[in-house]
Design a protein around this ligand. Structure first.
Ligand code: ZN
Length: 131
């Protein structure tokens, strides 16, 4: 596992890869698996606006596509102070995260807040509801 400050720096640097020509609002996410692999994601917009994907989901899509589904934490950073995940991403993360998986909302290596999945999406609908 990398140090949190290292992961935050990777996420901050990765904002440069955001494809956000319409909103000019960059988001970057770095997800770390429980065995120490990291996957980066950015928001990717589209001329057909609803087609866009958020940074959190693009990071998780890369990880899941590579065969990883056990996550320790995700670092999220964007162009606003305290860029929180949208509702769609919270539901997407809840599919793979444990209730205590850490979600770090980072502005810098020294300015960040850490939440659990349960805190950001309490009482969520999940696969356990499907029986
Ligand atoms: Zn989102």
């Amino acid at each position: 596992m990398k140090k949190l400050e290292e992961l935050i720096q990777i996420a901050l640097d990765n904002k440069e890869n955001s494809y956000s020509p319409y909103s000019h609002f960059r988001v970057s996410a770095v997800v770390e698996t429980k065995d120490g692999h990291i996957f980066k994601g950015v928001n990717i917009e589209n001329a057909s606006y609803p087609v866009a994907i958020c940074g959190e989901r693009s990071a998780l899509a890369g990880a899941v596509s590579a065969g990883y589904k056990d996550f320790a934490r995700i670092i999220i950073t964007g162009d606003s102070k305290d860029t929180y995940p949208c509702g769609v991403c919270r539901q997407f993360m809840a599919e793979f995260f444990d209730q205590d998986t850490e979600i770090v909302i980072a502005n810098s290596k020294t300015d960040y807040k850490t939440y659990t999945m349960e805190e950001l999406l309490p009482h969520s609908f999940s696969k356990k509801d499907l029986g």
